[in-house]
Design a protein around this ligand. Structure first.
Ligand code: FAD
Length: 465
């Protein structure tokens, strides 16, 4: 076949354009923004310090063909990538650090609350099948741990006004790790985790126990990488753009599609919005929101009868460089599960830059979510105070340079209405045309970048081999 149009130049579109260039004579990638990368990009402050837009630590998929595209041939990776091995995260909860897991340790709750909670948790021995998150949590970790920990943390992430009974179980709540807890000692936990109902609610206490489980299940653990030479995750994006260009992919940035033309159920051409040009199209690879394609094809996107529109949280991202070392020289990033704090995640860049021997740069990124119109309520002073409160930086640490970013449309609030609109639009588009493929995070099928890329790779191979 001749012409393939890829819409969306995020990680998914870039990777797929490289794979599709092997199958088509001409591949054109159309990206609405002036640069590719989507959610993944690096930014530089006035002093020239490089940070990433949020936490993005690339990992292997353990499928050699994919990993060779993502990171280059194995014997050349050392040149460009710090091999971080396993993921090192941690969390801060009830005034204490735990650098072994991202999951909250309920043993840090007041004794009477903990005792009540742990009794409830031990009594819940049937796996929950509840579809809403509150029922699922109450039937899994119990009402006390739900009310004291998971529910307030969901509100911290998705906003005070969110109706928790409307949040789906199968959603980013699991990504944040809020449906599991630490509740007992490591030995009892390991034993209880042999039972499915306890496996889904208790977390391993340390990397050794987790590793033992992976070995037992014959699961190969992925490797985490971070770019060398002080570069950020932008290096990854630039590496993929260079590969796509070398394979002849044409890039049209600051561009989008105003019309999709078709004959019966086959797309024949797309019309560009900014330069009124029609491009012939034998195959349309779509990694942007499906509703946009439906409108361009003159098909009404799904609308919730209640008029409820999907809500995406705004990420308020603060980058700081300090004059004193950060008081954590281990974790790549950490979760702030302090219920009263506004921030939820801190990325510790010196710990990712293993090749930087002198480690003279003490820089980090702290993130807080807000509603789209509420961004100004999250301030620089608030973030610095939270970093000091967690004792991540010392009281007298001075900011040498900084940068603030406001990124809209990041985490979706995972309501049933949102799930339904994503699924309806996916099917409306997918079922209408025989030569379209919908992929990426907007398909609503995958979220983590490794999963997004594996799904894209397998779908393309299935269709064209
Ligand atoms: C805040 C946040 C944090 C995350 N953290 C992690 C993490 O720690 N680990 C992990 O594995 N995953 C993480 N993810 C998920 C990960 O970012 C995604 O899996 C991955 O980036 C998805 O890539 P994508 O190409 O599908 O989407 P995107 O990166 O969103 O790219 C979509 C592209 O389409 C473009 N576009 C949109 N509309 C149009 C249009 N009409 N025409 C042309 N182009 C258009 C956009 O400009 C964008 O470049 C995170 C996601 C978010 C939101």
């Amino acid at each position: 076949m001749k012409n393939c149009i890829v819409v969306g130049g995020g990680l998914c579109g870039l990777f797929s354009a490289i794979v599709l260039a092997e199958k088509f004579e001409k591949v054109t990638l159309i990206e609405a923004s002036d640069t590719c990368g989507g959610l993944l990009k690096s930014v530089t402050d006035d002093a020239g310090v490089i940070y990433d837009q949020g936490t993005h630590i690339p990992n292997t998929t353990m499928i050699p063909e994919i990993d060779n595209i993502l990171f280059g041939p194995e014997d050349e990776r050392e040149q460009h990538w710090n091999n971080l091995g396993q993921l090192k995260t941690g969390n801060y909860f009830a005034g204490k650090w735990d650098l072994s897991t991202q999951v909250v340790d309920t043993r840090n709750l007041p004794e009477d609350v903990y005792q009540r909670g742990v009794l409830e948790l031990l009594n819940l021995s049937t796996p929950s099948e509840a579809e809403d998150i509150v029922s699922y949590l109450c039937q899994t970790i119990g009402p006390t741990f739900t009310n004291e920990i998971a529910a307030p943390l969901c509100k911290k992430l998705y906003g005070d006004r969110v109706d928790l009974s409307q949040l789906m179980t199968n959603s980013s709540v699991s990504y944040f790790g809020l449906s599991r807890v630490l509740a007992l000692n490591p030995e009892v936990t390991n034993k209880l985790k042999e039972l499915p109902a306890f496996d889904s609610k208790l977390a391993y206490h340390n990397q050794e126990d987790f590793q033992e489980r992976l070995d037992r299940d014959n699961t190969e653990e992925c490797i985490y990488y971070y770019p060398k030479k002080g570069q950020g995750v932008q290096f990854w994006i630039d590496h993929l753009i260079a590969q796509a260009k070398a394979k002849g992919v044409t890039f049209l940035t600051s561009e989008s599609i105003s019309k999709i033309s078709y004959n019966n159920n086959k797309i024949t051409a797309v019309t560009l919005k900014n330069s009124p040009q029609e491009l012939p199209c034998d195959f349309l690879y779509w990694s942007a929101p499906p509703a946009i394609a439906l409108i361009a094809a003159d098909i009404n996107p799904y609308r919730d009868e209640s008029g409820e529109k999907p809500v995406f949280k705004t990420a308020n991202i603060f980058h700081f460089s300090f004059d004193k070392p950060i008081n954590n020289t281990e974790s790549y990033y950490i979760w702030n599960w302090d219920i009263k704090a506004k921030s939820f995640r801190v990325t510790l860049l010196p710990n990712l830059r293993l090749d930087d021997k002198d480690k003279s740069l003490y820089n980090l990124t702290i993130e807080a979510l807000s509603d789209v119109n509420d961004s100004e309520s999250v301030t620089v002073e608030m973030m610095l105070s939270e970093l000091k409160g967690m004792k991540l930086i010392s009281e007298d640490a001075k900011v040498l340079s900084s940068l603030r970013q406001t990124v809209h449309n990041t985490f979706p609030v995972p309501t049933f209405a949102f799930g339904k609109s994503v699924s309806e639009n996916y099917h409306k588009l997918n079922d209408r045309f025989e030569n379209i493929m919908i992929s990426g995070r907007f398909s609503g099928k995958q979220w983590f970048h490794g999963d997004v890329i594996k799904a894209a790779y397998h779908s393309i191979h299935e269709k064209f081999s």
